[in-house]
Design a protein around this ligand. Structure first.
Ligand SMILES: C[S@@+](CC[C@H](N)C(=O)[O-])C[C@H]1O[C@@H](n2cnc3c(N)ncnc32)[C@H](O)[C@@H]1O
Length: 259
């Protein structure tokens, strides 16, 4: 069986947009037939319909860019994170917000002596499930060294200093059960062993969440971290201009270092 890692533009999102288009279009048509004249309400509905249509076209195109059979941007962004892992591969790693298990499984494949735990809350917003992660790990031949567990990134079910490596990709900004995204970073760093490594990629250039890169680094050091570097990963030349919107990957950044 082939692994299925899904897409960061979820089916759920596209289906919701299609539903809204059908709903708005339906109301518009009924109003036009019943009134047989063009009113202000028709104009507003027509504008709303156009906005929904533009969003649908944009997100379909973005889905193609992210897809492994399209622009493959999703894997390239994961590779950015992986290329910043400086680890000998001995011990236990944690992937926070593992989704469909893509990063967890890739680390297991690259580090044959390592055990990796992937956690996610597998909420309704995404198409991902724990069962999908386990099926993917089985298909990739790493099921014996990977474990998947339901948990929230805001309160990790592990004691302090448990892991030799902690990674996370595009998850912290999604954690709605924590108002302050820096608290999610702090929680992730709590479970890194002293001398252990971390690599986190997120929308770190959203100032409202993390401040400036300098402020972010200072905050991380204040959390008891020895060394931390910031990398402006959204500047990668292969990211299409249309994906560089702030809520897409236009504010992508990465921090890595040692506790
Ligand atoms: C953009 S996806 C990234 C998934 C995966 N890291 C990847 O790179 O493919 C965001 C992930 O964050 C997860 N997530 C959102 N809120 C979470 C929370 N409070 N705790 C753990 N995971 C969460 C979602 O379920 C989803 O899998």
């Amino acid at each position: 069986m082939k692994p299925l890692y899904g897409n960061w533009i979820s089916n759920r999102m596209l289906k919701t947009l299609m539903f809204l288009i059908i709903l708005t279009g339906g109301i518009e048509t009924i109003l036009l037939i019943s009134q047989s004249r063009w009113t202000m309400l028709n104009l507003i509905l027509a504008l709303v319909l156009i906005v929904f249509l533009v969003c649908l076209i944009y997100f379909y195109r973005a889905r193609w860019w992210f897809d492994v059979n399209g622009g493959n941007i999703q894997n390239k962004i994961l590779d950015l994170l992986i290329s910043h892992i400086e680890w000998d591969g001995n011990g236990v790693a944690l992937d926070i917000g593992c989704g469909s298990g893509a990063l967890t499984i890739e680390i297991a494949k690259r580090y044959p002596a390592a055990n990796i735990i992937g956690i996610d809350n597998w909420g309704k917003k995404w198409d991902y499930t724990k069962r999908q992660c386990e099926a993917n790990a089985q298909a990739e031949g790493v099921i014996g060294r990977t474990t998947f567990q339901q948990a929230s990134a805001s309160k990790l079910p592990f004691p302090d200093e448990t892991f030799d490596l902690v990674v996370s990709n595009l998850t912290f900004h999604e954690v709605i059960d924590s108002k302050c995204k820096l608290d999610v970073v702090k929680e992730a760093l709590r479970v890194v062993k002293r001398g252990g490594k971390f690599v986190f990629q997120d929308l770190f250039l959203i100032k409202q969440y993390y401040g400036t890169p300098c402020q972010l680094k200072e905050a991380v050091v204040a959390m008891g971290i020895n060394t931390v570097e910031f990398v402006n990963t959204c500047a990668s030349p292969w990211i299409p201009k249309a994906l560089r919107l702030p809520f897409m990957v236009g504010t992508l950044g990465l921090i890595h270092g040692e506790k």
